[in-house]
Write a protein that binds this ligand. Sequence first.
Ligand code: ADP
Ligand code: ADP
Length: 236
Amino acid sequence: MLEVRDLRVAYGGTPAVRGVSFTLEPGRTLGVAGESGCGKSTMALGLLRLLPATAQVSGEVIFKGENLLTARWARLRAVRWSAASVVFQGAMSALNPVRTIGEQLCEPILLHDKTTHKQARQRAAELMESVGLPPERLRGYPHEFSGGQRQRIMIAMALACRPDLIIADEPTTALDVMVQAQIMDLLSGLVRESGIAVIMISHDLSVLAQLCDTLAIMYGGRIVEQGPARELIGDP
Ligand code: ADP
Ligand code: ADP
């Protein structure tokens, strides 16, 4: 479903990702670990061309038979909105501060399910419950939620789009490590039966080893080790 071939990204001539390749099948979870600055976020954002316009990108990102790196913008926007979502990265800025969570969750539901407003409201309430938030909070505004709760909302937003691929990039802000592990755990549970493929990015290899079936370890812009989580970590 996703095949990345020799992805390279540079900022102003300085390479940040130096030739990353991997494949991902539906329903599989890939964990990407590595120390701060090794290029994890750049790689993740590069997949959906969410990088600053000044970044130089090359390689191929074949998603469901289509190279996203050469796709037209309109097509790319459609893919981002319907097939592939990024959660966590800028969880706050992605939410509109002057609209309620309910309004924002219903928007993709109405678009994808083509239901009535009442049915959309119902599905929004179910999504809230599935991410561990009371449905009454649909009436709340983004600033009324904690960082961890906003991440849960971002997962609900991603699921509302019925995606094939979710990319979960650990926030750069220092969110409580326990909260982070819980959110990643929640996400992996929600997608396990769904056939959604997931890329999880974290500096914490032990968290990824528990949640992902395949691991890739990055260093200096390259994947230096890649394989089944069981083989890379070994049985405890
Ligand atoms: P982390 O290492 O925790 O992932 P970074 O400090 O690398 O966090 O990145 C934080 C944010 O700053 C990201 O949005 C990244 O794109 C941006 N950033 C990082 N390094 C630079 C840089 N040299 N110039 C401009 N922006 C940068
Ligand atoms: P990680 O997510 O593994 O912490 P990043 O992808 O954020 O790593 O960063 C990889 C390298 O690219 C770092 O050297 C960082 O400083 C640089 N970088 C990241 N974002 C930017 C940016 N927007 N502009 C310039 N350099 C950046």
